[in-house]
Design a binder for this molecule. Structure first.
Ligand code: UD1
Ligand code: CA
Length: 505
């Protein structure tokens, strides 16, 4: 059997699509995902399969790979914390069938429950069984395995793996001719069987008719007292049916995370694969080790990602944009050629050619137009900033609309909150507002208007007008010398006065 190495190039879809009516090749495929187990080693109030890496839950990754096969139906077996796992699975894959396994009596029992949950148990085609905690599993691996199973005409096929330390796994027992005879679990194995390094990954494919019949024949007279799905192998052989095993080269694809240390290892490996995939697709990543990209992120060719950057959720970055260093963007949309430096952004849209940062905080609802600017120490929220408009320095822009070509002075606060309600501020196009302004919402500043430095804008400013709210400046001559006598301030004032007097001579 050839390896599934080429599968590594495959990409999972961005979200798990609902099951189709038919398998992609016209033969019915049913997929059973086992996710009823407890996962106590996570030591968590969150169920094991809902722990996240790469921006999705572990079971979310598995369901995305499964969805790419366009199976006729998908059943997920839930048990432990099913009130949390069930809704998550349904949300991830609308149309999925949930089967509740009250007590985890073994994988064979779980699959029986899964078939019973279907209105019509499949009698033709293929049933593929996978686990909900193998996040690196790829669609191409599943489909190559399913194809191999069908091509062989086997009753049961095993996605196996040859590993250095097989401890804990079911071993694939072959006869003298190399034909698969059984899977023997660790606790039931004798010394010779324990020495076998070909293991059952857990992913099995069945002829649907055979499975429907054999699930009623599992016994639990084994070391674990469980109903083993893996007993289907020896039962098929006893019936004179064919069983095949297909070793997968990339063993990590079927590896589960049982504790947080394993979760981190798989998370880093997933990220390594995602980053590599984007580099091969034309993205420059200066430091892959400090770059984190979620599975559902989309990057265009010639994007550059600088060190210390996290691109999370459904973030998209268009071509020639440069993101980073030290930037986190979650569910953001970055336009072509934009530049985003040392920024934290959530649900923000940045137009083509715009610049953001350093040290900018983009909160949800930020929309920066093409060629606009959000500069250093600027926080924005629910703010539409027009094409070419600029908020360059030290400002808070909340619940605002800023027209195209407008420049907001340094240190401006859009005071949107009166302590009870939030209000909007509208600034028109090509306005020029002074430094250190406060805009008390709700308020409107018209097109082409201006405001003087230090203005507190409480009333609307008509188009083209200049608003001045601070009182005229008075200078009390000689104040420092008379009122601050004996201080450094007074001495400096005296020196300046004496110098001016000398110059005047
Ligand atoms: C199982 C296989 C073993 C294989 C190994 C790979 C059997 C009998 N053994 O062993 O050959 O090498 O996986 O990891 O199948 N689950 C349920 N309901 C149950 C029992 C399990 O949903 O009643 C789910 C678990 O949540 C888990 C998966 O099935 O996702 C496997 O169960 P687990 O108990 O980990 O099986 P292993 O003993 O590891
Ligand atoms: Ca296991």
């Amino acid at each position: 059997m050839s390896t599934f190495d080429d599968a590594a190039a495959a990409t999972a879809p961005t979200s798990a699509a609902p099951p189709a009516e038919q398998g992609a090749d016209g033969s019915a495929l049913t997929v059973v995902v086992l996710a009823a187990g407890g996962g106590t080693r996570m030591r968590s109030k969150t169920p094991k399969v809902l722990h996240r890496i790469g921006g999705r839950s572990m079971v979310g990754h598995v369901l995305a790979a499964v969805a790419a096969l366009q199976p006729a139906r998908v059943v997920t077996v839930i048990g432990h914390q099913r009130e949390l796992v069930g809704p998550h699975v349904e949300e991830t894959m609308p149309g999925v069938v949930l089967a509740v396994q009250e007590e985890q009596l073994g994988t064979g029992h779980a699959v029986r429950i899964a078939l019973e949950a279907l209105p019509e148990p499949p009698s033709t085609g293929t049933v593929l069984v996978a686990y909900g905690d193998t996040p690196l599993l790829e669609a191409a691996t599943l489909s190559a395995f399913t194809e191999a199973h069908r091509a062989a005409g086997a009753a049961v096929s095993i996605l196996s793996g040859v590993v250095a330390s097989p401890f804990g796994y079911g071993r694939v027992v072959r006869n003298a001719e190399g034909h698969v005879e059984a899977i023997v679990e660790e606790k039931d194995a004798d010394d010779a069987q324990r020495a076998i390094t070909e293991i059952n990954s857990g992913i099995l494919a069945f002829d649907a008719a055979f499975l429907a019949e054999v699930v009623g024949r599992f016994a639990n007279d084994n070391a674990n007292g469980e109903y083993y799905l893996t007993d289907a192998v020896k039962l098929a052989r006893a019936d004179g049916l064919l069983v095949t095993a297909h070793p997968v080269d990339d063993a990590l694809q079927t590896e589960g995370a049982n504790d947080r240390a394993q979760l981190a290892v798989l998370g880093r490996e997933m990220n390594r694969r995602i980053v590599e995939r984007w580099m091969r697709a034309g993205v420059t990543v200066m430091d892959p080790a400090t770059t984190w990209i979620d599975a559902d992120v989309t990057l265009a060719p010639d994007v550059t990602v600088l060190p210390g950057t996290q691109l999370l959720g459904t973030t998209t970055v268009a071509e020639d944009a440069v993101v980073g260093p030290d930037t986190t963007l979650e569910d953001c949309e970055i336009g072509a050629g934009a530049r985003v430096v040392r920024t934290y952004g959530q649900l923000a849209t940045i137009g083509a050619g715009a610049t953001v940062g350093p040290f900018s905080y983009l909160r949800p609802g930020t929309e920066l137009g093409a060629d606009g600017k959000i500069g250093a120490f600027v926080e924005t929220k629910n703010a539409r900033i027009g094409e070419g408009a600029k908020v360059p320095h030290l400002s808070y822009v909340g619940d605002a609309e800023i027209g195209e070509g407008t420049n907001i002075g340094a240190g401006t606060i859009f005071a949107n909150y009166d302590g009870v309600n939030k209000h909007r501020t509208t600034v028109g196009a090509h306005a020029r507002t002074g430094s250190n302004n406060t805009f008390i919402a709700p308020v409107t500043i018209g097109d082409g208007a201006g405001t003087a430095g230090g203005t507190v804008v409480r009333r609307d400013v008509p188009p083209g007008a200049l608003a001045v709210s601070s009182s005229p400046q008075r200078n009390l001559e000689g104040w420092a010398i008379s009122r601050r006598a004996g201080t450094a301030q007074a001495a400096a004032a005296e020196a300046a006065r004496d110098a001016a007097a000398r110059d005047a001579e």
